[in-house]
Design a protein around this ligand. Structure first.
Ligand SMILES: [Fe+2]
Length: 183
């Protein structure tokens, strides 16, 4: 049983400008930022500013991509048993599994990801960390290994872009246009 929609994750060509826009207009606070070896930010986990009331580690996460993509929606369930039961139910219904079960490092949610027929993903999760508004932003190196403290390593297919003639044209347009992208 799903309790609620907990967060969504978007991939963007204009990553830095979009992060700034959400922070400025909605008051999102970056809980953790993942960076490339040269220090460029590539993933931002953004939480709501609820003052002294603890908020989810992220309600919105933004990631650098070559194209704007809806990565996934995440639905909170009550506990790890419910994550496991969800896996059995979805498997028996014939859905395609994407990644899990494991526990994230940043946010520490127990997660299980499923693929929908259109290329987007859906996550069941529980036991995520909560932060008040005054918690400082963490900065961490990005890698597939840094995505889970236990469970399978994130498969390469998990973040692989879909290459179609339209997306390749958009990729080259974004490479020329977006200040965040280089070959
Ligand atoms: Fe997620």
């Amino acid at each position: 049983e799903v309790i609620r929609l907990g967060h969504i994750v978007l991939e963007l060509a204009d990553f830095q400008e979009t992060c700034a826009w959400y922070a400025q207009h909605f008051g999102f606070i970056p809980s953790d930022v993942q960076v490339l070896p040269d220090g460029s930010p590539v993933v931002a986990f953004m939480r709501l500013d609820l003052g002294d009331k603890p908020a989810d580690h992220h309600t919105l996460a933004l990631a650098q991509g070559f194209l704007p993509t809806y990565s996934h929606s995440a639905y909170e369930v009550v506990d790890a048993d419910a994550v496991g039961m969800g896996q059995r139910v979805l498997r028996e219904k014939g859905w395609t599994h994407a990644w899990g079960i494991g526990r994230h490092i940043l946010g520490s949610q127990i997660f299980d990801y499923w693929q929908d027929p259109w290329g987007d993903k859906h996550e069941h999760y529980c036991d995520g960390d909560l932060f008040t508004a005054d918690a400082p932003t963490g900065v961490h190196a990005v890698s597939r290994e840094a995505m889970a403290q236990w469970g399978p390593t994130m498969p390469r297919s998990f973040t692989k872009p879909r290459f179609t003639p339209t997306s390749i044209v958009a990729l080259f347009r974004n490479l020329r246009r977006s200040p965040d992208l280089t070959l």
